[in-house]
Design a protein around this ligand. Structure first.
Ligand code: 5MM
Length: 341
């Protein structure tokens, strides 16, 4: 496959394929394993991820790339094959999470700043050698308007860090996924989500221009415009689609080849229905697909539950969700397809 940044970025979002976000850090994967009663050991994490990467139908037809964690990009399957080689053999692209997590932002209670820029040039060079052709950095923007969260400083600091990260990635021949996640955990309305996401994306593209990032060789990984979970309101897919697209048309340059959404705590089918509604009102200037973590993995995690005898069931659950999201990325999903399965 071509090594041009623009070609890699295009391959990541085309043909209704999307990304598997399997980059849970040690603390996050432990939380996921706790739910299914599995101890979070290196071997269990390897077995679980190997199960998904060996789901050949899902990986070859629906998953364009996999975001890995530092441990996983170095791991070998039970038979000694590097996990990266299994991903590549399926025609999928290995990627790597390079941020070191969100820490409290000094002086701004409730805001966080994502760390990991120091030494990033050297880490990217190593990840390139290990096979990564794209990377991901997640900035976390919470909403708590009563407490002044997010602050202007949080948006400025996080988007500046995203731009510095993206420039370093492109220097290393790696496509940056820029992920400014406006959390859906709060009690805010969909219109507040719209305003905060808009402020974040406007600043993000200012910073990316200033850092001379080539937009054609980058991917945006945003939240959808959606009400906070604690608001008690469930928005229709049509409203989410209409507001999300209205916003993106105002602020995301057409030079960006693709937008790959995070699921952010949406239920599996909800994330699929919302992506489908977004694509159903196209055509759009960019490809719109998925880069889901929880909405792709909750079902296979439950089906697998740490037992070797459940590997086929786990792979079937993963393949089904990947297939449904593939259809949603093409605007061709229907609820009846879930029931049929
Ligand atoms: C898979 O989860 C990713 C890693 O999270 P931590 O660094 O907190 O362990 C996360 O960045 C993920 O890639 C995105 O948030 C999208 O995942 P969801 O579950 O929101 O689709």
């Amino acid at each position: 496959m071509s090594e041009r940044l623009e070609d890699i970025a295009t391959a990541m979002v085309s043909g209704g394929k999307g990304l598997l976000a399997a980059d849970e850090s040690s603390g996050t994967i432990k939380k996921r394993f706790d739910v299914i009663g599995v101890e979070s050991t290196a071997d269990n994490r390897r077995d679980y991820r190997e199960m998904m990467f060996r789901a050949s139908d899902a990986m070859s037809k629906y998953i364009s790339g996999v975001i890995l964690y530092d441990e996983t990009i170095r791991q070998k399957a039970a038979d000694g094959t590097p996990l990266v080689d299994i991903i590549k053999a399926a025609g999928s692209i290995p990627g790597i999470k390079v941020d070191l997590g969100a820490k409290p932002l000094a002086g701004f209670p409730g805001d966080t700043i994502t760390e990991g820029l120091d030494g990033l040039r050297e880490r990217l060079a190593e990840y390139y050698k290990l096979g990564a052709r794209f990377a991901k950095w997640r900035a976390v923007i919470d909403i708590d308007t009563g407490k002044g969260v997010p602050s202007t400083n949080s948006i400025a600091s996080n988007t500046h860090a995203l731009a510095r990260y993206a420039a370093l990635c492109q220097e290393a021949g790696i496509v940056p996924i820029v992920e400014p996640e406006v959390l859906m955990d709060g009690a805010h309305s969909i219109d507040t989500c719209y305003d905060v996401t808009k402020a974040t994306l406007v600043k993000l593209y200012d910073e990316l221009y200033a850092a001379r990032v080539v937009l054609g060789g980058s991917i945006l990984k945003p939240n959808m415009v959606i009400s906070g979970k604690k608001s008690g309101k469930t928005d229709s897919p049509e409203e989410i689609a209409e507001k999300t697209i209205k916003l993106f048309r105002e602020v995301v340059p057409a030079a960006v080849p693709g937008i790959a959404f995070l699921s952010g705590g949406q239920e599996d089918e909800e994330a699929t229905a919302n992506l489908n509604a977004i694509n159903a009102i196209g055509p759009h200037p960019w490809k719109l697909t998925f880069s889901y973590g929880r909405a792709l993995q909750a079902a296979p995690q439950k089906a697998w539950s740490g037992k070797a005898s459940n590997i086929a069931a786990g792979q079937a659950a993963f393949t089904h969700r990947a297939h449904m999201n593939h259809l949603a990325a093409l605007g061709k999903w229907q609820p009846a397809l879930e029931k049929a399965a």
